[in-house]
Every structure is written in structure tokens, then in C-alpha cells.
Design a protein around this ligand. Structure first.
Ligand SMILES: [Zn+2]
Length: 547
């Protein structure tokens, strides 16, 4: 009632440009991860939330510019705490190998792409995963040569931690059979793992500014179509940052981007965090570091040997001293730090570094661990006291489940993808997808978070079901938690007076459907700062850009 009176007392102002979106099934997460419901949203002319109303007086509809939500479900705009924005745009423009069912399938897609792009000097592709193939054998240079030998071909694995190159690409890069692998890397028959990837990567002609602009536009279009209104953009290069600045200057930024620079590479040009630019569309907030590789390519650094390859514990990227120096350098410039750590040894190293930095800089610098996939259960209680945020990706769990069981064996899974344990230990959880490693669609992520099941409902009871979250907890991690992790909880992450009116309308009520249905939720409209920036075309099966 008080809220209604407040709204009505403002009626005396001469022009009343506020907009009332009423008759919605509004759902958002409370600060403690419970479900909050509302029926209407009052948005001011600047695009900020003025009131969140449970049941507005019917008279309000005739007083404000009124929009009938027609009973559709409204959520706050979803935030992906960890994605690769230009990577998403480029992966949509390059050869897509996600979901290839066999090496032959990869070859067929390569053949078709090469024929359709006869003038491409290099063929770049991404997304294969040999774990999904019948024989699980890594592809080789000879495999690619049998399809395309006249120009370089470079195909990255789905996790971005390995690539396969054909002979022309190796020749262009000056790599021979005798080239030794750099430390932290491996070379096998045209397969380049982790630090060895750079041997090939440095020979690939860089994208032009126009291509970067195109990739950024493409990425925004894809994200808006999935109901994502803000992103923590990881490992951002100088070229990508410049493309974002150009888009901001031209008024072409819709999605809000919280930027984490690629290691210390941008320090000469961007020596300290920026403030929010372009009406809170772009901000350089942090620096992304790496402690190890990924589990699929056995690059994750483990405390004990791999169960399925006992001669290795994975790749340690930096000595403890190096890691501390890197992180301290970033912190001394005022940056937030987000460090990739997947294996339990890498996570323990990063926790130790953050514990030391917390003593020096305080625990409210929001030290982030990206992925936090395999933790030693003994290390999890160390996070909260040091103010460490766990930035995790629920769909990694469903994608990795069978592979993780093989890599770790049955007895080392207690701290694997342990969302509920992490939350219970008092740690702030932020969710994302790591797109384009996984789809940027947040609904399979929300579904995985509440079920520990994949899109097909496997396994039936969920994988380590004690780590399931409630829908409220999962929504919190994809909204409030992700905003907090990006130092943006004052302006986004929930619909509250004074915050941006970033919201989405979706095609079902996520609190009344099962996980398989939740995973198939579609965004109908995406609004940022009180403006509709995307709407699903009425009859189209694929998302398309709206106004
Ligand atoms: Zn990533």
C-alpha cells in the first residue's frame, strides 16, 4: 500500500513519461536465494526501475504509459559471469564443429565449409570433442590433409585447450616434426595442446577491425536472443577492447560488458580499471589469469595423477612465486582478478595466492576463481574467509560428467562441480556458461543447476544429486551473484528501485516446470534500460534481432 501511495503522489508532475509494465508473472531471486514474486514494474524515463509492485491498483494502468504483459513470465535480465564475447561472434562466423558425432562427420563439415568459402585464406574452426566420437581418438594433421591440403586449416577443440592443424598450417607457422613443445604444452601428430597452441596461433592472420566489429555485433545479437543482458567478458584482447570502444562510441552496445583483460597484456594501454562507460554498457574491471589447462585435454593440474593416465598430473602454468607476482601486479594496478583454475592443485595454488592478497589489499577486492571445477574438499572452507568468489558454469558439469569420472576415478569426485557445498561454505557463487565453449543459452545452465541432469534427463537421479541447487539459488547465481562478481550489484542483478530495468519475458514459468522443460525455455523479449532491444519473431524458429 505504501508503494502505491508513493507512486500516486508523484502524479502531480506535469509530464509523466514513466512506463508501467503490468500483468506479468514476475519472478526474481531474493538476496538469500529465495523466490520473490511481483506483478508489475514501473520504469522511469531513464530506464531505471521506479517501483516493483505485487498488485498495482487498476487505476495506474490509465495513468502511466501502460504495457500489458499478458500474464507472461518476467525475470531480471540474466547475467553470464564468464563468457568470451568476440569468441562467440567469431565461432558463429567460423566453421562450427560443435556436436560432431565422429571424425568422418568433422571431415564432411570441413569439406562443405571449404567449398563454400573458396576465398578464405585460412580455414578456422572450433568445437570438436573427440570424447563424443565412437573411437575417442584425437584428430591428426593427416586427417585434415585428406580433406584440405591447399591452404591452412586450424580446428580448435571445444574447450579451447587444444587444436589440430593441417600440414599447410604447420608449414605457415614454421613448425616441423622436430619442433619441441614449449613447457606447459604438448604436440602430437598435428595436435597442439595448451601452451603449444600458440606455435600455430601466432601464424594465423589476425582478424581485421571490421571483422572484430562484425563479431561483436553478432555476439550481441545471439546473447539478446537468449535473454542475456550483461556479461563478464573474459580474456579480452586489446583488439576486442578497441572493437567494444568503437561500438560504444557509435551507440551500438546493447549488452552490458564487464571486461577482464587477457593477463597483463593490456596494461600499457589500460593501466587501471575504467569507470562505467556509455550508460553502464562497458567497463574494464579486471584481469584474467590462468593457473592450469582443462580436464578434457588432461591439462588441468591435479594433486594426484590422472586416473586414466597415471604418468601425468596435468599442466602447472606458473610456479607459486610467479602466480603471486602476476596477481599482485594486477592487484597493485587496482584491478579485480579472475583466475582460471580447474584441477584441485591449481585451485589450491590460487586460493593461497588470494589469501596472501587478501591480507595485503583486503578481502573485498572480490578475488574470483573461474571454473573451480575440481576442488579438494579440504580447500573449499578456505574460500569464504579470503573473500573468494566461485565463478562456475553449470553446463560444464553435464558436459564433463563421464569424462571427469574417467580422468579422476570414482574416489576423487567429492569436490567436483560442488555448487551446494560451495554455497553452504558461505561462498558467493556466480554462474555463467563459458560461451562459446558451451552454448550461451542460460536455461540449460539453470536446468543443470537444479537437476545435475543433461538435456536428456541423464542420469535419472542427477549426478551427485546432493550438489543440486534450488531454482532460487540458481537464479541468484545467474543474476545477483553474477552482478556481485562483476562489481555491478548496485545497478544490475535484480529489479529494485534505482537499478536498471533490464528484464526478459519468457515462454514458461520456470518454477512450475521440470528441468527438461526449463532447459527448453525460450526468451520472448529482452529489455535493457527499459527499452525493448530484442523480440522473438512470431513464426521464426531462430532468434532474430528486434528493435
Ligand atoms: Zn573461459
Amino acid at each position: 500500500m505504501r508503494k502505491l501511495l508513493l507512486a500516486l503522489t508523484a502524479l502531480s508532475s506535469p509530464a509523466w513519461p514513466d512506463t508501467l509494465i503490468s500483468n506479468v508473472n514476475g519472478i526474481q531471486a531474493s538476496p538469500d536465494g529465495k523466490i520473490e514474486r511481483f506483478g508489475s514494474l514501473l520504469v522511469d524515463d531513464d530506464g531505471r526501475v521506479k517501483q516493483v509492485l505485487v498488485n498495482p491498483h487498476p487505476r495506474l494502468n490509465s495513468v502511466f504509459r501502460a504495457i500489458d504483459g499478458k500474464g507472461r513470465t518476467m525475470l531480471p535480465g540474466l547475467i553470464d559471469a564468464h563468457g568470451h564475447v568476440l569468441g562467440l561472434g567469431f565461432s558463429a562466423m567460423q566453421l562450427d564443429l560443435v556436436g560432431t558425432s565422429s571424425l568422418d562427420d568433422l571431415k564432411q563439415r570441413l569439406r562443405a565449409y571449404a567449398a563454400a568459402h573458396a576465398d578464405a585464406r585460412w580455414i578456422i574452426g572450433r568445437g570438436w570433442n573427440q570424447e563424443l566420437w565412437p573411437h575417442k581418438r584425437f584428430p591428426t594433421a593427416a586427417d585434415l590433409d585428406s580433406v584440405v591440403s591447399d591452404r591452412p586449416v586450424v580446428l580448435e577443440r571445444v574447450d579451447g585447450h587444444a587444436l589440430v592443424a593441417n600440414r599447410a598450417a604447420m608449414k605457415a607457422a614454421g613448425v616441423t616434426a622436430n619442433t619441441p613443445a614449449p613447457s606447459g604444452g604438448r604436440i602430437e601428430n598435428g595436435l597442439f595442446v595448451d601452451n603449444a597452441m600458440e606455435l600455430i596461433g601466432k601464424a594465423v592472420p589476425p582478424a581485421t577491425a571490421a571483422e572484430n566489429d562484425q563479431a561483436l555485433a553478432k555476439a550481441q545479437e545471439i546473447l539478446l536472443g537468449y535473454g542475456i543482458t550483461s556479461v563478464g567478458s573474459m580474456s579480452t584482447s586489446l583488439d576486442a577492447w578497441n572493437a567494444m570502444r568503437r561500438a560504444g562510441d557509435a551507440g551500438h552496445l546493447s549488452v552490458r560488458l564487464m571486461i577482464y583483460a587477457d593477463e597483463l597484456k593490456l596494461l600499457p594501454e589500460v593501466p587501471k580499471p575504467t569507470s562505467w562507460l556509455y550508460s553502464d554498457r562497458l567497463r574494464m574491471v579486471g584481469i584474467k589469469l590462468y593457473a592450469d589447462g582443462a580436464l578434457g585435454s588432461r591439462g588441468a593440474w591435479l594433486k594426484q595423477p590422472y586416473a586414466d593416465k597415471p604418468d601425468t598430473r596435468g599442466l602447472q602454468f606458473h610456479s607459486d612465486e610467479e602466480m603471486l607476482t602476476l596477481a599482485d601486479t594486477a592487484a597493485s594496478h587496482g584491478f579485480q582478478i579472475a583466475t582460471h583454475a580447474i584441477g584441485d592443485a591449481a585451485n589450491a595454488q590460487v586460493i593461497s595466492v588470494y589469501e596472501q592478497l587478501s591480507k595485503k589489499y583486503g578481502r573485498n577486492r572480490r578475488w574470483r576463481i573461474e571454473h573451480f571445477q575440481i576442488a579438494d574438499p579440504a580447500d573449499i572452507p578456505r574460500l569464504a574467509p579470503a573473500g573468494i568468489i566461485a565463478s562456475m558454469q553449470p553446463t560444464h558439469q553435464t558436459s564433463d560428467r563421464l569424462m571427469a569420472e574417467k580422468r579422476l576415478g570414482p574416489n576423487r569426485l567429492a569436490g567436483a562441480y560442488a555448487w551446494q557445498t560451495v554455497l553452504k561454505s558461505g561462498v558467493r557463487l556466480a554462474f555463467g556458461s563459458d560461451f562459446p565453449v558451451e552454448t550461451p543459452n542460460p536455461f540449460p545452465g539453470l536446468a543443470a543447476a537444479i537437476s545435475r541432469q543433461d538435456m536428456n534427463g541423464e542420469p535419472p537421479d542427477g549426478w551427485i544429486p546432493s550438489e543440486r541447487l534450488t531454482f532460487g539459488q540458481a537464479l541468484h547465481a545467474f543474476t545477483r551473484g553474477a552482478a556481485y562478481a562483476g562489481l555491478a550489484e548496485q545497478t544490475i542483478g535484480s529489479l529494485e528501485p534505482g537499478k536498471w530495468a533490464d528484464f526478459i519475458l519468457i515462454d514458461r514459468d520456470p518454477t512450475t516446470v521440470d528441468a527438461q522443460s526449463l532447459a527448453r525455455t525460450q526468451a520472448l523479449e529482452t529489455w535493457i534500460a527499459g527499452k525493448k532491444v530484442w523480440a522473438r519473431a512470431p513464426s521464426a524458429s531462430r532468434p532474430e534481432r528486434g528493435r
